[in-house]
Write a protein that binds this ligand. Structure first.
Ligand code: CUA
Length: 312
């Protein structure tokens, strides 16, 4: 049985760490509550109207006491801050070897895409023992993926990518809620996270039959939409090469330097004239309205897959 009956059983090491932080906060708060309210109640009773308590002795002050009750709470409060900040930063930086799942929220459902190509709705199957990072965006309004058993919660925004990650360690079925009011059926916008043993997960992936990986679907789109015509450097039009691009810095006209991450690629597809690479002309048409969020994620998966590859 977990420490708190009023929280769901934690299902990842990160969740247990967060619970300990919560315990720390509770203990410190309870301590100060006792230190302040204990004497307060004692004195209220002792010096109540009509009591015979001795009221003659005026306070003389104590530098030692004053210093102690300033320094001790400062240290205790800052330690808690340091503890919390450490956990927060760890929660903000997913491990490099994490399994990346792409999540798209829309009124009122969740869509998930696995790197191997499996897709599901309102259900997310993940293997235990390996960090999972969710790369999330919304097709319409702001949603929020809340996984109470993993103690994580992150807004899902249209036009942006946000992340959250966890390491599921206990196979089982866990709640997924939308935690941002998003319209009429917000309360029904939920789902389940199904944590499976790795072998079972592999069987589950295989059960869907052979299907193209996300990166392979992205490459197909890259050719179908005509991206390859310019970006493959074979035709007359020159466009920035996409091999060895992901994760690198890119110099833009106007002097900005950006990192070629998911958002950069997404913006380059939808708002191509907003960031022109130094040395290139503003020629690319926008793909706004011609490409879905899923397809953008597939193309990003493709560009990621050639991040360490030289052009053929
Ligand atoms: Cu989606 Cu609330």
């Amino acid at each position: 049985m977990w420490l708190f009956r009023f929280l769901p059983q934690p299902a990842s090491p990160e969740a247990i760490q967060l619970d300990w932080l919560f315990v720390g906060l509770l203990v410190l708060t309870a301590f100060f509550l006792a230190v302040v309210f204990g004497p307060l109640i004692y004195f209220v009773i002792k010096y109540r109207k009509g009591s015979k308590a001795d009221r003659s002795n005026p306070s003389s002050g104590s530098n030692v006491l004053e210093t102690a009750w300033t320094i001790f709470p400062a240290i205790a409060g800052l330690s808690l801050f340091g503890w919390g900040a450490d956990l927060y930063y760890r929660q903000q930086s997913p491990p490099a070897d994490a399994l990346e799942i792409q999540v798209i929220g829309k009124q009122w459902m969740w869509k998930f895409q696995h790197p191997e190509g499996a897709r599901e709705i309102n259900e997310l199957h993940v293997p235990s023992g390996r960090p999972v990072v969710l790369t999330m965006t919304s097709q319409d309004v702001i949603h929020d993926v809340f996984l109470p058993a993993f103690r994580i919660k992150q807004d899902v925004l249209p036009g942006r990518y946000t992340n959250e990650w966890f390491t599921p360690t206990r196979p089982g079925i866990y709640h997924l809620f939308c935690a941002e009011y998003c319209g009429t059926f917000h309360s029904q916008m939920g789902g389940r996270v199904i944590v499976m043993e790795p072998a079972e997960y592999a069987r589950w992936l295989a059960a869907g039959g052979p299907r193209p990986s996300l990166a392979a679907s992205g490459e197909r789109l890259y050719r179908e939409l005509g991206c390859s015509g310019c970006h493959d450097q074979r035709g007359p039009v020159r466009a920035p090469p996409l091999y060895r691009l992901y994760g690198k810095t890119v110099a833009l006209q106007g002097g900005d330097i950006v990192i070629a991450d998911e958002k950069y690629i997404r913006d380059s597809i939808l708002l191509p004239d907003s960031q022109i690479v130094v040395g290139y002309e503003n020629l690319m048409p926008t793909f706004k309205g011609r490409i879905s969020e899923e397809e953008i994620m597939e193309i990003i998966a493709y560009i990621k897959s050639i991040a360490e590859t030289d052009p053929p």
